[in-house]
Design a protein around this ligand. Structure first.
Ligand code: DAK
Length: 258
């Protein structure tokens, strides 16, 4: 499928997706989100791919949903069409590990999209914010929900109600991002991190992701029960036998991803 708004590269078992609308700071139009959903469908089916990096360009991960595309829509337009919900949520349902590598602006839907990834690596020039309040609206892709769960009520309220942006250091302090790296090393570092993940058992990484995600959906007791079941299930995977045998035999594990 030809891509107009994204670039897709593969680096062995890692796929790198890059937003490619730099002239509008990668504003996320509906066609771009449909393309992204299609690419994620394809990568999820491709057993040779075990981790994904989602990035933007040097100035912006994404400056939000495309305001010019949204501005004249009516309530009936957005309600009837369930405005772009399916394509936006595809990233949250993606089953393989996916890292957001953020340089420059990650605003509104751009910040929400990064939050839907498994973790965020930030360049030292990254800026995060939910500025929808300045446009007379509120976050619509999880900015009031995922953000509050990840950074707590006070910081989320501060961001959503003032629309101010956080620099990379503040984002790291409040747990919005996992690490900050130099801007010119961001993509290499993200690819290195993704290759490390891809060197482990693919199905076990998927189970690990499922287990951590359960922490945000369930009670503690239910989450721990779910973790226990997932942990038990790894004993039916060849790679668990190989990993433990390799440790015992003092050699490097050769995972078959089965
Ligand atoms: N949409 C459309 N165009 C954008 C844009 C955006 N979000 N952000 C930037 N651009 C365009 C600018 O219009 C400009 O285009 P030209 O005028 O040259 O044609 C070009 O990108 C460069 O931008 P600036 O000239 O403004 O550049 P500056 O460096 O001066 O400023 C900025 C950078 C990022 C501070 C500024 O561009 C800005 O404030 N941008 C808007 C940020 C924003 O408000 N983002 C939130 C958008 S609302 C949902 C899913 C998602 C959403 C909602 C629902 N569902 C699933 C239901 C998400 C909503 C949003 O994200």
């Amino acid at each position: 499928m030809p891509l107009h708004y994204l670039e897709l590269e593969t680096h062995e078992a890692v796929a790198l997706i890059r937003f490619n609308r730099p002239q509008v700071l990668n504003a996320l139009c509906a066609a771009m989100m449909a393309e992204l959903a299609g690419v994620l469908d394809q990568l999820e089916q491709d057993h040779a791919i075990r981790a994904v990096v989602l990035t933007g360009t040097a100035e912006a991960f994404a400056a939000g949903a495309d305001i010019k595309e949204m501005r004249d829509l009516t309530y009936m337009d957005v309600y009837r069409a369930d405005f772009v919900t399916v394509d936006w949520e595809r990233i949250a349902s993606f089953r393989k590990p996916i890292i957001a590598a953020v340089a420059g602006f990650a605003l509104g839907g751009g910040c929400e999209m990064a939050l839907m990834c498994d973790f965020i690596l930030a360049a030292d020039n990254a800026r995060f914010g939910q500025p929808e309040i300045k446009l007379g609206t509120i976050p619509g892709a999880g900015g009031s929900q995922r953000l509050a769960r990840f950074v707590g009520k006070s910081k989320a309220m501060d961001m959503v109600l003032t629309g101010r942006t956080l620099d990379a250091q503040e984002a790291e302090r409040c747990g919005l991002v996992s690490r900050v790296v130099k801007a010119d090393e961001l993509v290499d570092e993200a690819l290195l991190t993704a290759s490390r993940i891809a060197s482990y058992s693919g199905p076990v990484c998927m189970l690990a992701k499922e287990a951590v995600n359960a922490a945000f959906e369930t009670t503690l007791a239910e989450g721990v029960r779910q973790e226990r079941r997932l942990f038990h299930s790894t004993f039916a995977i060849d790679d668990q036998k190989e990993g433990m045998a390799a440790f015992s035999e003092k050699r490097r594990a050769q995972f078959s991803h089965r």
